[in-house]
Design a protein around this ligand. Structure first.
Ligand SMILES: C[S@@+](CC[C@H](N)C(=O)[O-])C[C@H]1O[C@@H](n2cnc3c(N)ncnc32)[C@H](O)[C@@H]1O
Length: 435
């Protein structure tokens, strides 16, 4: 496929460079607006093409040398060539563009982005494992960027928490020494301040020899933290091999609350940004002692507990029984008694109708990527004076925001948060008030 020089006009929503040639839009991986680059096509369709850079002829001032030796091959990151300040600036532009195009609206005020640790921020990850006969070795890591069916051969990862990064090599060596190494398909990692938990998915039972090797590994002094090893046979419930279940925790900046979780629970992957996000949400909700706040998609109570310390009552709603149980425990462990947690599927109209019997004057939404459509469609049943929306997908935020506008809400403020630096994920916050 041919290689030719093009000028990059702008970024796409997933922060690939866009250039145009002969009426065709070209999405160029690794290119930055205003650069002149030569490209190699990786895909060519009737009205668009995809390409990667062969050579940068004129570089943007925002271009930096990627920190990671595996950048470009590993699919874990896509933006290490762009300085971190520009990454978040462009993500803000993506959010505003999507709000305008999809939601036909713009916030009255754009607040400064939230940015915390930009390296070693990920405290959770799912790593693929495969024994590759041709290389006679175990590969442990993320999928390759260009060929996602392959696992990238990585020795280090600059976005994983330092302690997780430090175990990557020893872990691959451990797996390589096991009789049943071909039966290991994935390792899920979760870390807190005291421990690193490794959940090893085994597709076949492991012989005693392998279990003995895992025990020896769990006692090594590779990092200052505890290693806690779990096995997860064939997608069954994971169980700890040599210890009790690992109860992990993180501290909130806010009133030193301690949030406890099990390694497979949903928690925000970037704890340093999470701390700033919780503070910001609490600030934006402008709480007073009479407020009753409905916290939808509340998880383990990440926002519910801090909010409860400043208002009359919080009602937290979650789709998972286990998370509701965790949220209850977190409330009692932190001596907070003005919160209630219930399990409802928030995709069902019947759930939303049942919930509307609760009186609340403020609502916090933190939905998964699919958004909070059923809730916003039925917003008149609740009619809160304020809604704070935490979003991991600007497309569903924009869709839901447009519906809120049709119901007399105004988007007062919006901001982006650098939750997943060096990737194209856009995490944002928006505040709506009823006009
Ligand atoms: C982005 S997480 C937010 C969790 C929490 N607010 C936090 O900050 O840790 C989304 C949460 O929504 C829950 N969830 C997903 N689908 C749901 C549904 N249909 N109904 C209710 N909860 C759901 C998940 O279990 C998860 O805890």
């Amino acid at each position: 496929l041919s290689s030719e020089a093009v000028v990059v006009e702008k970024f796409s929503h997933d922060l690939r460079g866009i250039a145009r040639q002969n009426g065709k839009t070209i999405f160029i991986d690794g290119a930055i607006p205003d650069e002149t680059v030569t490209i190699t096509y990786t895909k060519s369709k009737k009205d668009y093409a995809e390409a990667r850079i062969s050579e940068v002829l004129e570089a943007s001032v925002a271009r930096v040398e990627p920190e990671c030796p595996h950048f470009g091959v590993c699919g874990g990151c896509s933006l290490q060539h762009l300085d971190a300040a520009s990454q978040i600036k462009y993500k803000e532009a993506v959010l505003l563009d999507i709000l305008a195009r999809v939601g036909h609206l713009q916030p009255k005020q754009v607040l400064p982005p939230l940015q915390a640790a930009i390296w070693n921020y990920r405290h959770k990850a799912r790593l693929s494992v495969r024994y590759v006969e041709k290389k006679s070795k175990i590969l442990l890591g993320f999928r390759e960027k260009l060929y996602p069916r392959y696992i990238a051969e990585i020795h280090t990862c600059k976005v994983l928490a330092k302690d997780i990064d430090a175990v990557l090599k020893p872990l691959a060596l451990l797996l390589e020494s096991m009789v049943k190494m071909r039966a290991i398909s994935q390792i899920e990692v979760a870390a807190d301040d005291a421990s690193v938990v490794l959940i090893i998915r085994n597709l076949e039972d492991l012989p005693d020899d392998d279990i003995a090797k895992l025990r020896a590994f769990s006692q090594l002094d590779i990092i200052p933290k505890n290693f806690i090893l779990y096995l997860q046979p064939n997608n069954a419930e994971p169980y700890p091999l040599f210890t009790d279940k690992a109860l992990l925790s993180y501290k909130n900046y806010f009133r030193n609350l301690n949030l406890y979780f099990y390694p497979t629970d949903f928690t925000q992957v970037n704890p340093s940004l999470n701390k700033l996000m919780v503070l910001k949400v609490v600030e934006l909700l402008a709480l007073d002692a009479d407020d009753v706040v409905l916290d939808l998609f509340c998880g383990i109570g990440n926002f519910s507990l801090p909010i409860a310390t400043l208002c009359h009552k919080v009602i937290g709603i979650e789709g998972s029984d286990l998370m509701v149980e965790r949220a209850h425990n977190n409330a009692s462990l932190n001596n907070i008694d003005n919160v209630e947690f219930y399990c409802y599927n928030l995709e069902l109209t019947s759930s939303i109708k049942a919930l509307s019997l609760n009186k609340c004057n403020k609502v916090l939404l933190d939905p998964p990527r699919s958004g909070a459509l059923e809730f916003v469609k039925n917003i008149d049943l609740f009619a809160p004076k304020m809604i704070v929306y935490v979003s991991c997908n600007p497309l569903t935020l924009a869709r839901d925001a447009e519906i809120l506008l049709q119901h007399n809400y105004v988007m007062q403020q919006a901001l982006v948060m650098d939750m997943f630096t060096h990737t194209s994920h856009v995490e944002s916050l928006a505040v709506f008030t009823r006009s």
